[in-house]
Design a protein around this ligand. Structure first.
Ligand code: MG
Length: 371
């Protein structure tokens, strides 16, 4: 790694871990965070959790795991180009979706509705709960005992009410200051990854078509470039060549715009970054192009009737399980019955489920003849 910029997060300035750990001998503190995340149970479960398409719908669609790897790769590239802490960007990216429920946003919305009046459910905060509390891997502490900076990056957004319960991690939501540039980058890397892979998966599934996408500025511009360079090219290669150009222009635009913002605002150091306006940004033009793509995907893919049907089923599975466990906690596996805060440990149990486990558990609970 080339020398870090003054406004990057440096290991030397880290606010450290909640429990004192021996310093690592051959890796940075943030590499150690990354390694702990990769070895966690929650990380392996990402393989069987929905991004947009439910895990069993097809072998080639993104899952939470492959989405997460794409986010990490994009975030690292951007961090390195801006001389930010690549290890930290990687650790945050790999952890960013650990708290997702089965069935993606449908599962989260259903669980949030179940937990209304009990503190709600938010996947960001659940990711933090996993790394701070729920992983059981170390003798000396609960969770993974990650550095402050990785934990800060995991909490992307948070209500004022929740922020008050997060201690120093919640302060920035109350004081309206910014997280590190590494954390800001991961949010954008997430967006770049999902917008583009959802176009790819949407086309692959047949739920959206090339003709529809030609109405979206960014797609139309780059598919025209590809067609001009390779007349007669069609099918998957046209799609992939277009998508890689879209990812590239978004990444380059983000790097250049952010570098310009840094020069203009000259935050000086990390403390300056925290007090400035958000510095990581797209140009106005690309920002608008991204929003147009998001609107397109929302209308044509996420609201497609076939996706909505699955969404409805997912919501039912989650709320059926929740109601059954709340009405009779003896139905829970023993280790979850012991949870002191009953509704929260039921939410932890359901949130930890993979898609297929939730489907199986639902069948076991509600289908006579299953055990
Ligand atoms: Mg994500």
């Amino acid at each position: 790694m080339s020398e870090l910029a003054l406004y990057a997060v440096s290991q030397a300035a880290s606010r450290g871990r909640r429990y004192v750990d021996e310093p690592p001998s051959h890796r940075s503190e943030f590499q150690r965070d990354r390694d702990r995340i990769v070895h966690s149970t929650a990380f392996r479960r990402l393989e069987y959790k929905t991004q947009v398409f439910v895990n069993h719908e097809g072998d080639l669609f993104r899952t939470r795991l492959t989405h997460t790897l794409e986010v990490a790769q994009i975030a690292r590239g951007i961090a390195r180009a801006l001389r930010l802490n690549e290890d930290l960007a990687e650790a945050i990216s790999l952890a960013h979706d650990l708290g997702h429920t089965p069935f993606g946003h449908a599962g989260q919305d259903a669980l949030n509705a179940c937990m209304r009046g009990q503190g709600g459910f938010e996947h960001n905060l659940q990711s933090l709960r996993i790394v701070d509390l729920l992983e059981e891997r170390y003798a000396a502490f609960d969770g993974l005992n990650l550095t402050y900076e990785t934990r800060e990056g995991i909490v992307k957004h948070c209500s004022a009410e929740n922020a008050r319960q997060l201690g120093e991690l919640g302060e920035r939501f109350i004081n309206r200051t910014q997280p590190s540039l590494e954390a800001q980058i991961c949010n954008f890397a997430d967006e770049i990854a999902y917008n583009n892979h959802d176009v790819d998966d949407g086309l692959r599934s047949g739920l959206i078509t090339l003709e529809q996408l030609e109405e979206v500025t960014l797609f139309a511009r780059y598919s025209a470039d590809v067609r001009a360079a390779y007349p007669g090219l069609g099918g998957r290669r046209l799609v992939h060549e277009t998508i890689r150009r879209m990812i590239n222009v978004l990444v380059c635009d983000l790097i250049e715009t952010t570098a310009g913002n840094i020069v203009r605002e000259s935050p000086g150091d990390l403390a300056g970054v925290r007090l400035s306006a958000p510095l990581v940004a797209f140009s106005d033009e690309l920002h608008e192009a991204q929003r147009e793509m998001k609107r397109f995907l929302h209308k044509n893919l996420y609201q497609h009737f076939q996706v909505l049907r699955m969404t409805r089923k997912a919501a039912r599975i989650v709320s059926d399980l929740f109601s059954a466990f709340v009405s009779d906690p003896r139905l829970l596996p023993a280790q979850y019955q012991a949870g002191a805060e009953q509704p929260r440990s039921i939410a932890d149990y359901i949130a930890g489920m993979t898609d297929r486990y939730a489907i199986r558990e639902h069948r076991r609970m509600f289908s006579v003849g299953e055990s």
